[in-house]
Each structure stands twice: as structure tokens, then as C-alpha cells.
Design a protein around this ligand. Structure first.
Ligand SMILES: [Zn+2]
Ligand SMILES: [Zn+2]
Length: 551
């Protein structure tokens, strides 16, 4: 019996897991293959061991096939100190994002090493983004099929960690509400909380109901109670259901669907309302949609009848900031343009990566000229009803300058300037780098200003007031990148931008045909920030847009 020395409670599976991790970390760091194999073997033997390691003597453990005395020592160390020094040594020298990657199913140490060392990707969120931009495909051993598999697994992994992108959830949420309404006639159901407010990140599907939902009512197992998550799940997503009375339903819904400061304006002495509109009516305020119930100042405006015309998806007339196979897109220039035209838009702006973006197939000057020729040929074919504009997503270099010589920059209809590299500057340096790019006469749009990736990495630290002021004085448009993982510039900054008369472009940054529909998420974020049709660049029709390009 080792009872006295075993201070830490670990079961066989947990102990085996440490050796699995150790073997993987050592492989990442190119350690001795024999040692790695011995730890990997220990993992296999310990996992399927019948007896309990906690109660076994050291000699007994050492005699287990595939274990031996060195590993038995490590198990003893683990049980008495709760730690294994060798393991800790490798954990300390491996970025936490890389360690996390090892826990994504299907990503073994070989692949993770390649992702880390060759692709220079340090977190799961960055890896997901790289999949969406088809960046993995160009590396040895990564085809499009594997890229797709990795993407699915990461999405699953991120989702199982307790925070979700609104974009991944909202369709399931709508389906569930529709299904509940059909299953319980006469009862009230609504999405509630963050998902009703269209927050970019949500904790799950929040539902307000007037009846307790019966367990396992859906026969296809899509709606079940999940013990691990301690809540219901629908298609794997957590569902939080709150039950209230029919009388208080709309008040309770309203309470959960706005910010605290917004709510503070409304009194709660009467909680019976026939609808959400009735709550606004009683307060003498025009109806405010849930996604815009954020700022208390909004109420003052709506009370005075100054109701802004919030942007809608149907207001978008053209698709700006897209990639094609010239750089890292999945579809050709013509396929992209044709898809956009068929969706009923009036123009399409191609802005592939510039030459410094080597990782993304950035365009050499020769390729730029080829692309321009192809655009001209296609435009001649399209005639007056549809137009492709020649743009480039120029990397903002470390000193804030743009990527091509003036002779090349001149050839574009306009330039989108974005930061893609060296994102770890301090605020002062980062801000002046961006301002220098904004002041460049060729820059017309500032792309994804902070480079943030939701659920993955924080943004570039910039002084937003200064950035917006610089855009105002240089007539530069700010992008609201509509990729649901970016939504960058953040919606909370839109009121200040509009106050300074800075136009906002809602851009999908599409790397495939289908992703042009990201604009839906950009519009939702825009509405949260009170963006109006007038203050959005690409609500301009073709004629107006041409004028903007020339101006
Ligand atoms: Zn970009
Ligand atoms: Zn882009």
C-alpha cells in the first residue's frame, strides 16, 4: 500500500493522460524517439490497467508490461506532489495555444508541430481562421479535405468550451423556437438574452418559455439532456430555458434582452404587457429592436421621435473586399464575380492580398497587372449593369507604409489597407503605424482595424479616437469586417465614427463564394452600433459608388 504517500487523488485514466501529453510534447520538441515511445507505451498500458494505481506498490507498478521503474517513479512523484517535473518542463516551453491544439481530436504532434513552426500559428482560433482562408492547403501533407476536417474539429472544440459565435448558433436557435411553438400550441416561446441581442459571442441558446419542456420530446435525439453540460442541448449546443407565467412573459423577455443601463429607464411596477411594443408604448418611446437596446442615450432619441433608419441587409448594393485564387481565395475571380452578380448585387470589389503577404499568396506586380487585364475583359462583357472594381488589400508594413510602388498603386480603383503582421506593438506605435497608412493618399478603406479574432486572440491595441479622427480628416472609410470571427471594427465604436462623419464599409472579406453572405453578420453588428444606411459605404448604388471611387 502506498496510502501515506499518495496525497493526490488521480484515477488511472488521468495518470495515463499525463504520459500521453508528455509523449506528445516531447515529440513537438524533437526529443529522443525511444523515450517518446516508452511514454506513449506507458499511456496505453496504464489506460487499460485493471487495478487502481493509487493503491498499488511501486514494485507492482514497475512490473506492469510497458511501464518499468523509471515510469513508476514518475507515477509516485505525481501522486505525492500532484506534479511531474519532466512534464512541467515541456509545458513551460510550449505556448498554451499549442498545448490546447494537441487536445483537438485528430491533431497529432506531427501536424501541430508543422502548424506551429512552419505556419507560425499559435492558437486554435488562429488556426480556424487560417482554415477559412485556405491557408493550410498550401503546406505539405495538408489537402483541402484535411483542412475541412480540421476546421470541423476546431469548431466543435471551441463550441465545447462554453462560448459560441452567434453565427454558428442562430440558425439552430431559430429552428428550436419554431419547433417548440409547433409542439406546444398556445404557449409562448422566444429567444432571449445575448442571442436575442445578437451579441457576437453568446453562451448558448437562451429561451424564455411559459411551459416546462418535457425531457427527450424530440425522437431524433437532437434535443437531449446532457449530463456533462448540466443542461439541455440542441444539435450539441447548450440550451438554457427559463419558464415564466404568461402574464409576465413580455416583461421578463424585455428585461433579459437589453443592457442594464438601458433597462434602468423602464419601471417595473406593472409587469403585465401584451407585447414588447406595449412596454415601449407605455414609456412613450418608439419601439427599439433588441439588438439596439444597449445605450441609454438611444432612448432619449427615440422618445423625441428621432428614430434612425438602421441599416438592413437589403440595403447592401455591392460586395467589397474579396479574395480570389489570385491570392488565397477558393474560387476564381470570374466565379466570385458571377456569384455576386447572380445574388443581385450591382458591383464586386476584388482586393486580393498584396505582395508582402507571402503566407497568403500575395500578388507580385506582374500578377497585379494580369488581374487588372482580366477584370477589364470581364467588365467589357458585363456592360453597364454590373462592375468589378480593381482593389488590393495592401499590407500595412511595420513603418506604416503601403506595399507597392506608386506606379502600381495608381492602377487600382482604390486601396484597402490592413495590418496582418507584427500585431504585438504597443498602443503608441500601433496607433502611429495605422495613422501613417490612413494618411497615405492611396488608402481609401482601413481594413479590419484591430486584427482581433473572436474566441481566439485580442485585437491590436490602438487609440480608437485618434484612428477615427485620422480617418475623418483624410476621408478614409473604416471597414466593419463582417467575418463572424472578426466583426472588426467593434460595434461599440460606431457611434463615435458616425459622429465624426466617417463612413463604414460592411465587408465580408470573402475567401469563397458563399462567404459573401457574412455581410448578414456585419449588418447585425452595424445595427447594434446604430449604423444607418446613409453612413454605410456599400449601400451606395453603382452610380454613387463610381462617384465615390472617383472622388
Ligand atoms: Zn485581411
Ligand atoms: Zn482580406
Amino acid at each position: 500500500m502506498r496510502g501515506q504517500s499518495a496525497k493526490f487523488m488521480l484515477n488511472n485514466k488521468q495518470i495515463a493522460g499525463r504520459f500521453d501529453l508528455l509523449a506528445k510534447l516531447m515529440e513537438l520538441h524533437d526529443e529522443n524517439p525511444f523515450k517518446i515511445r516508452s511514454y506513449a507505451n506507458a499511456y496505453v498500458s496504464l489506460r487499460k490497467l485493471e487495478g487502481d494505481l493509487m493503491t498499488m506498490g511501486k514494485e507492482h507498478i514497475a512490473a506492469i508490461p510497458g511501464v518499468g521503474s523509471a515510469i513508476a517513479d514518475k507515477i509516485e512523484e505525481l501522486l505525492s506532489t500532484g506534479e511531474m517535473k519532466t512534464l512541467k518542463k515541456y509545458q513551460d516551453i510550449t505556448p498554451s495555444g499549442i498545448q490546447e491544439m494537441l487536445s483537438v481530436k485528430g491533431l497529432g504532434p506531427k501536424k501541430v508541430k508543422q502548424i506551429w513552426k512552419e505556419m507560425e500559428i499559435h492558437s486554435i482560433g488562429e488556426l480556424l481562421y487560417a482554415c477559412n482562408e485556405n491557408r493550410l492547403m498550401s503546406y505539405k501533407g495538408f489537402g483541402s479535405k484535411l483542412q475541412e476536417e480540421i476546421k470541423d474539429r476546431i469548431e466543435y472544440f471551441i463550441e465545447s468550451k462554453g462560448k459560441y459565435l452567434y453565427a454558428h448558433l442562430h440558425k439552430h436557435a431559430d429552428d428550436l423556437v419554431t419547433w417548440l411553438k409547433a409542439s406546444y400550441p398556445g404557449q409562448l416561446f422566444s429567444l432571449s438574452g445575448d442571442i436575442k441581442r445578437m451579441m457576437p459571442e453568446v453562451k448558448g441558446i437562451e429561451i424564455l418559455a411559459t411551459i416546462q419542456i418535457e425531457a427527450d420530446i424530440l425522437s431524433d435525439q437532437s434535443f437531449v439532456y446532457n449530463d456533462e453540460k448540466a443542461c439541455y442541448t440542441f444539435n450539441g449546443f447548450p440550451v438554457y430555458i427559463e419558464v415564466v407565467t404568461k402574464e409576465s412573459f413580455y416583461w421578463e423577455l424585455f428585461k433579459r434582452s437589453c443592457s442594464e443601463s438601458f433597462l434602468s429607464y423602464f419601471e417595473a411596477n406593472n409587469t403585465y404587457f401584451e407585447s414588447e411594443s406595449a412596454i415601449f408604448k407605455k414609456a412613450g418611446v418608439h419601439f427599439i429592436p433588441a439588438e439596439f437596446r444597449e445605450n441609454i442615450d438611444t432612448i432619449t432619441l427615440y422618445k423625441k421621435g428621432q428614430v434612425p433608419r438602421l441599416i438592413e441587409v437589403t440595403d447592401i448594393k455591392g460586395i467589397v473586399h474579396n479574395h480570389s485564387t489570385y491570392s488565397d481565395g477558393l474560387h476564381s475571380l470570374e466565379e466570385m464575380a458571377e456569384y455576386v452578380r447572380k445574388c443581385g448585387f450591382e458591383y464586386f470589389v476584388i482586393s486580393d492580398h498584396s505582395k508582402s503577404a507571402g503566407y497568403a499568396g500575395g500578388l507580385s506586380e506582374e500578377k497585379v497587372l494580369n488581374q487588372i487585364r482580366e477584370i477589364e475583359t470581364l467588365n467589357a462583357k458585363y456592360g453597364d449593369g454590373f462592375k468589378i472594381f480593381k482593389s488590393i488589400e495592401s499590407d500595412i508594413l511595420i513603418d506604416g507604409s503601403l506595399d507597392y510602388r506608386e506606379e502600381i498603386l495608381k492602377q487600382f480603383d482604390f486601396v484597402i489597407a490592413s495590418v496582418h503582421s507584427v500585431l504585438n506593438m504597443d498602443e503608441t506605435k500601433a496607433t502611429s503605424r495605422l495613422i501613417k497608412a490612413i494618411e497615405n493618399p492611396y488608402t481609401r478603406i482601413l481594413g479590419h482595424p484591430t486584427g482581433r479574432l473572436l474566441l481566439a486572440r485580442p485585437g491590436y491595441p490602438v487609440d480608437f479616437k485618434k484612428i477615427i479622427d485620422a480617418c475623418a480628416s483624410n476621408g478614409v472609410v473604416i471597414e466593419l469586417n463582417a467575418n463572424p470571427q472578426r466583426l472588426d471594427i467593434d460595434w461599440t465604436l460606431l457611434p463615435y465614427a458616425m459622429e465624426k462623419n466617417v463612413l463604414i464599409a460592411i465587408n465580408p472579406d470573402a475567401h469563397s463564394k458563399e462567404s459573401i453572405h457574412y455581410i448578414n453578420y456585419g449588418v447585425a453588428a452595424g445595427r447594434k452600433g446604430g449604423l444607418t444606411k446613409e453612413m454605410c459605404l456599400n449601400t451606395k448604388n453603382l452610380k454613387e459608388f463610381k462617384e465615390w471611387v472617383k472622388s
